[in-house]
Write a new protein. Structure first.
Length: 241
């Protein structure tokens, strides 16, 4: 599979959708596209420069993160994904919704969106951040199979992380969203959360709190937050450039 573009998709409960969209618009330095879809459920975050890579969807339940992978031949890649262990959830004329072997929702979508990476965002206190990563949260018992699946599906290089519970998939092709794989200490269906690279986690967290986010807990080099709709994400101590 040649993945032409990666989209981070923020699925938000419909009752909190507008509030959540305004939050993510602000912290990513974006504007919001017009609503679209049969029920006006979709919006795209449009950066001031560079190509967009984040979309939002109003859903009945949630919150949740899923991935959209832009590919040249959606149907052929869906068949290949099924052979690797995925399950098809929905076939649409323009895209296919699938589920990884242990529950991570992702979509195969037509290629066509390429461009420069969106710029770093500067907060009110001069802190700099960028939404640049989706972390797959994988249950302990399912970790090996999920890592195998995502490595074979993407065709990217698997490399271990600096901590034993983390690993990464990398590619030579410049894409706006990185993929991190995390082994949890519990068994549950595979899900995901967003990571923002920050040069000052504390200052960025304070800004986000002023916009309606909430601090949950500190990790070793990261801070777990929730957005106004309860969506978990992490502020991580990485260079946003």
């Amino acid at each position: 599979m040649t993945i032409r573009w990666v989209w981070a998709f923020i699925d938000t409960p419909a009752a909190r959708f507008d509030e959540s969209a305004e939050f993510w618009r602000t912290i990513t330095g974006s504007t919001l596209s017009a609503k679209r879809g049969e029920n006006s459920e979709f919006r795209t975050l449009l950066p001031d420069s560079g190509a967009p890579s984040v979309k939002m969807q109003a859903v009945p339940e949630g919150p949740r993160i899923h991935l959209d992978l832009d590919v040249e031949d959606v149907r052929a890649e869906a068949v290949r994904a099924e052979k690797l262990g995925a399950t098809t959830v929905l076939e649409h004329p323009d895209y296919t919704v699938l589920k990884s072997p242990h529950g991570m929702i992702f979509c195969l979508t037509p290629a066509g969106n390429e461009g420069d990476i969106s710029p770093v965002v500067t907060g009110p206190e001069g802190d700099r951040s960028r939404l640049d990563q989706v972390c797959l949260d994988i249950g302990r018992a399912d970790h090996a199979e999920e890592v195998r699946f995502w490595t074979e599906l993407t065709g990217w290089r698997w490399t271990p992380g600096t901590l034993p519970e983390y690993s990464r998939l990398t590619t030579d092709f410049t894409l706006p969203v990185k993929l991190l794989l995390q082994r949890l200490d519990e068994d549950r269906p595979t899900g995901a959360h967003l990571d923002l690279a920050c040069d000052d986690i504390g200052k960025t967290a304070t800004w986000h709190e002023e916009l309606g986010a909430r601090r949950v807990r500190w990790g070793r080099e990261w801070l777990v937050m929730t957005d106004p709709a309860g969506q978990h994400y992490c502020l991580t101590g990485r260079d946003p450039d």
